[in-house]
Design a protein around this ligand. Structure first.
Ligand code: 13P
Length: 339
């Protein structure tokens, strides 16, 4: 059991490959579709995800795909289960299992991620549907007086409870404590809050007996808030993120797959590349991007069947650039030439 878990975790962070986060909830995908003028119907959501899963990038650059409950049960237009398309490309199907971030009682402005009740049963069903890893996202916001101790502690505890349920079900947990980049805080505030969140998360993981070899961490990078007047260079983000992760993440963890969190496509690629170029890291670094992998293909597709090839080309390009970044081989020249 532990050997299988560890092998899946290692495959998720295989050299030059990363994870496609395509697990937008029905309300989030509606927002993305609204932006490109596409109605969010079940068929449109299927058509869009099918085009991603049938692209070249899947075999070359994608180790796993995080799915939403609806998608893991859907079939492609020709009747093939979408899960089978992912498996045929050599990638691993995964599943988002949290029930979303809900207002946290007595902690105004903060959230607690729900979804532990009945999770053992759901994990068993997802395993039978083909899922070999899962995702749970805790959300920590930075603002006046927040985050608070109860919110950091409760979210870390829920992540650890989820991770334990996953490992018992033979599913690799992606542990995602996301410190948001909304707001006007500076990069050092992001550093301090992320340090607190990661230290607390690994403490809770320890108390819930999580096997570090059989998990993947999905953190935010250390970046200033979007509204901070002082933005940071690629070198500063890379240096501070690597320093922080070295102080917080045990080397038994096989890999760290970052979220993009609202960074532009190219920023997310450049930051990953600069961190990998640091070298001498005890774990693999790669991507588990949602927006930074899908913004370009969504725009190219715009809901039209005649744009499918262009959308796939846009996805191939972005995934290729991130694959190079995960190998520390990306440059702006390569980006321009391949565009
Ligand atoms: P972004 O890369 O768009 O932040 O999404 C990743 C994700 O899975 C968030 O939970």
């Amino acid at each position: 059991m532990t050997a299988e878990l560890d092998a899946i975790a290692q495959k998720m962070v295989a050299d030059g490959k990363g994870i496609l986060a395509a697990d937008e909830s029905t309300s989030t995908i509606k927002k993305r579709f609204d932006a490109i003028g596409v109605e969010s119907t079940e068929d449109n959501r299927r058509d869009y995800r099918e085009l991603l899963f049938r692209s070249q990038a899947m075999q070359k650059y994608i180790s796993g795909v995080i799915l939403f409950d609806e998608t893991i049960r859907q079939k492609a237009k020709d009747g093939t289960p979408l899960v089978a398309l992912i498996q045929q490309a050599g990638a691993i199907p995964g599943i988002k299992v949290d029930a979303g971030a809900k207002p946290m009682p007595l902690c105004p402005g903060e959230t607690i991620t729900e979804g532990l009740d009945g999770l053992a049963g759901r994990l068993k069903e997802y395993y039978d549907l083909g899922a070999r890893f899962a995702k749970w996202r805790a959300v920590i916001d930075i603002g006046a007086g927040i985050p608070s101790y109860p919110a950091v502690r409760a979210n870390a505890h829920a992540l650890a409870r989820y991770a334990a349920l996953c490992q018992e079900a033979n599913i690799v947990p992606i542990v995602e404590p996301e410190v948001l980049m909304d707001g006007d805080h500076d990069i050092d505030t992001c550093y301090r809050v992320t340090e607190w969140v990661l230290k607390t998360t690994f403490e809770e993981l320890y108390y819930q007996r999580i096997r570090h070899e059989g998990m993947v961490l999905k953190p935010n990078m250390v970046v200033p808030g979007k509204k901070c007047p002082k933005q940071a260079s690629v070198a500063e983000v890379a240096e501070k993120t690597v320093r922080l992760l070295k102080t917080c993440v045990p080397s038994a963890v096989p890999g760290i797959a970052f979220l993009s969190g609202g960074q532009s496509d190219e920023e997310a690629t450049a930051h990953l590349d600069a961190m990998v170029k640091h070298g001498g890291l005890p774990w693999k670094l790669t991507y588990s991007y949602g927006r930074a992998l899908q913004a370009a293909p969504q725009k190219a597709w715009s809901g039209k069947a005649e744009n499918v090839a262009a959308a796939q080309a846009a996805f191939d390009h972005r995934a290729h650039m991130n694959s190079l970044a995960a190998l520390g081989q990306w440059t702006t020249e390569v980006e321009r030439k391949a565009a």
